[in-house]
Design a protein around this ligand. Structure first.
Ligand SMILES: [Zn+2]
Length: 318
């Protein structure tokens, strides 16, 4: 995360006159505020989302129009979007009468908590204390609006708005509101881009997130609560969860994103997505196939044939 912010091409540190000691403290606080015992929602996920966001911000349409403030905000939002994630989902917090559910009135409970935690760290670190109060408050508000967009239960609202803009071709990135909307979409993509990474990475992230889901299911079972179907290790499988997630959540989002930003990076991500879905289907149909050498070789050759590329790790995507 540190590298992303100090990249000379952005010069955000000089531009916003950020104090390096405060910045370092702020980044360490972010890392420590993620719970390392969560198999998935930990600081590594935050770093992964920040890396993806960094790549999307460099896509030509964004790079040509985003302001320095947009860039700083996009990276900040990516790094903090899951702060202090408890490793369980919102319905779990509601049914167990968790104080966060009451605090945020059962609405975007986790995302509100991530946002408020981020604001807390920003203020505690005094990273932006030299900026005018008005700018600071507006930045905190926009940060909230970005983080709240990662609430997956509101996915369809964002997706239909995105689709409608693309159909009407009326996105105008000189308009601040439209740029903010694109930042929201970019963050949403970054948050769920695991299935658009090469198979090995996609597979590892899937294992981590399923471990976290099943852990929640185990707690529900232990306390005689209704077991969330997604979290039930007795009736669900990693392959089925992934195939459903890719088909109904990831693919629709990335198809629209590639309409907006039709670049090599977008096409590469869609290519991986399709191969990975096929990989999970093979695994589901033949339980031993997922890890078998034969199927791995097969996938590699398919990847080569389709001229597929690895998602650049911090390099220009198009
Ligand atoms: Zn996330």
């Amino acid at each position: 995360m540190m590298t992303t912010l100090v990249k000379p091409s952005y010069g955000l540190i000089e531009l916003f006159q950020l104090d390096m000691v405060k910045l370092r403290r702020f980044l360490v606080m972010i890392q420590e505020d993620y719970r390392s015992q969560n198999p998935y929602h930990n600081a590594v996920h935050a770093a992964d989302v920040t890396q993806a966001m960094y790549c999307y911000l460099q896509e030509p349409k964004l790079a040509q129009t985003l302001t320095s403030c947009d860039l700083l905000l996009g990276l900040l939002a990516a790094a903090t979007h899951d702060l202090d994630h408890p490793g369980v989902n919102q319905p779990f917090l509601i049914k167990t009468d968790h104080y966060l559910a009451a605090l945020y009135k059962n609405s975007s409970v986790l995302e509100n908590h991530h946002w408020k935690s981020a604001v807390g760290l920003l203020r505690e670190s005094a990273l932006l204390s030299h900026l005018p109060t008005e700018d600071r408050l507006s930045l905190e508000e926009r940060l909230g609006s970005l983080i709240l967009a990662t609430d997956i239960s509101r996915q369809n609202d964002y997706l239909s708005e995105f689709r409608s803009h693309l159909d009407k071709e009326d996105l105008c990135l000189t308009n601040g509101g439209h740029r903010h909307f694109i930042l929201q979409m970019a963050l949403k993509c970054a948050d769920i881009c695991n299935p658009c990474r090469p198979w090995k990475l996609c597979q590892q992230w899937s294992e981590k997130v399923t471990e976290e889901f099943f852990h929640q299911g185990d707690i529900e079972r232990k306390h005689n609560l209704e077991v969330t179907p997604l979290c039930d290790r007795q009736s669900n499988s990693i392959a089925n969860i992934q195939i459903g997630f890719m088909s109904y959540v990831v693919e629709p989002l990335f198809l629209e994103w590639s309409r907006f930003s039709d670049t090599r990076l977008s096409q590469t991500m869609l290519g991986h997505l399709s191969l990975n879905k096929q990989g999970w289907k093979e695994g589901r149909d033949k339980p031993d196939a997922t890890n078998s050498r034969a199927s791995e070789e097969q996938r590699t050759s398919v990847a080569k044939d389709s001229n597929s590329r690895v998602l650049p790790q911090g390099s220009k995507g198009s």
